[in-house]
Design a protein around this ligand. Structure first.
Ligand code: PEP
Length: 264
């Protein structure tokens, strides 16, 4: 029997990263729309580039898909040339990825930047999908737990118990991501890290919060291995990168999640 928790929805997030122009994004949405059915317990969240959010918001079937931004700036407005704020995204998206490893590594986002972005998301009614995870260097140095602890506790520093209902966490082992030439994580490693994250939530917010919060797996997955990660106890879905650009693969992954929920 699958370990999927029936009280929490399954979330499958497509992070298209810096790929696809507006026309290509629209085409991919169209292909996904043909293949993906409405599932009551499964939320399919698309995170296209900032440029494609507006056009896709007009095209997509909101019963099937939700939209996420890949990032936003933590100030609501001002002289921050080139930035887009959470306040501006408020009417457009339900979710925003925050603290993705690309942001932390390529754009130098600190623990505090991520904390401020989480606050800005909550303030503007957007659910942050907060990515937490150690790099290969952290892991090799035996500091994985410490990094997870520090990223998680800082990100949630100003988040109240009430706000926590509108937070999604992702365990994103950076050593298992294609962008950084990652290797496949073992389900056992994922289980331990996610149990550790839930324990942190229990310590900060109590048992009910730890049981309620959604935690996704954010290392590389594809349509053949996603089942193995979704059945890891404590995993409520996946943040999919490269494989989400392929509509056959991505819709097959949603289908795997669907069948797993039917079986329980
Ligand atoms: C990601 O960057 O969020 C990710 C999961 O990447 P990939 O699936 O490409 O490894």
């Amino acid at each position: 029997m699958s370990a999927m928790n029936q009280d929490r929805k399954t979330l499958i997030v497509a992070n298209w990263k810096m790929h696809l122009n507006v026309h290509q994004s629209s085409l991919l949405l169209h292909r996904l729309n043909e293949r993906i059915k409405i599932h009551r317990n499964i939320e399919v969240i698309l995170a296209p580039s900032m440029l494609s959010l507006q056009p896709l918001s007009l095209e997509l079937d909101r019963r099937k898909f939700k939209l996420a931004a890949q990032d936003a700036y933590f100030k609501d407005e001002g002289g921050y040339t080139g930035e887009v704020s959470f306040a501006m995204l408020g009417d457009l998206v339900e979710y925003c990825i925050v603290g993705h490893s690309s942001r932390r590594i390529y754009f130098g986002e600190t623990l505090e930047t991520v904390r401020d972005k989480v606050q800005a998301a909550v303030r503007n009614g957007i659910t942050p999908i907060i990515c937490i995870g150690e790099t290969k260097q952290d892991r090799d140095a035996g500091e994985g737990r410490q990094v997870i602890h520090d990223q998680l506790t800082t990100a949630l520093m100003n988040v109240t118990s009430r706000d926590l209902d509108k937070i999604v966490l992702v365990y994103e082992p950076v050593w298992a991501i294609s962008t950084f030439d990652g290797i496949m994580a073992k389900p056992d490693d994922v289980e331990k890290a996610i149990a550790y994250m839930r324990m942190q939530i229990r310590e900060l917010y109590g048992e009910r919060a730890a049981t309620k919060i959604s935690i996704l797996y954010g290392g590389s997955v594809n349509d053949t291995d996603v089942h193995g990660y979704l059945e890891v106890p404590g995993v409520d879905g996946a943040l999919v990168g490269a494989a989400s650009l392929n509509y056959h693969q991505f819709s097959a992954m949603v289908d795997v999640a669907y069948r797993m929920r039917l079986k329980v």
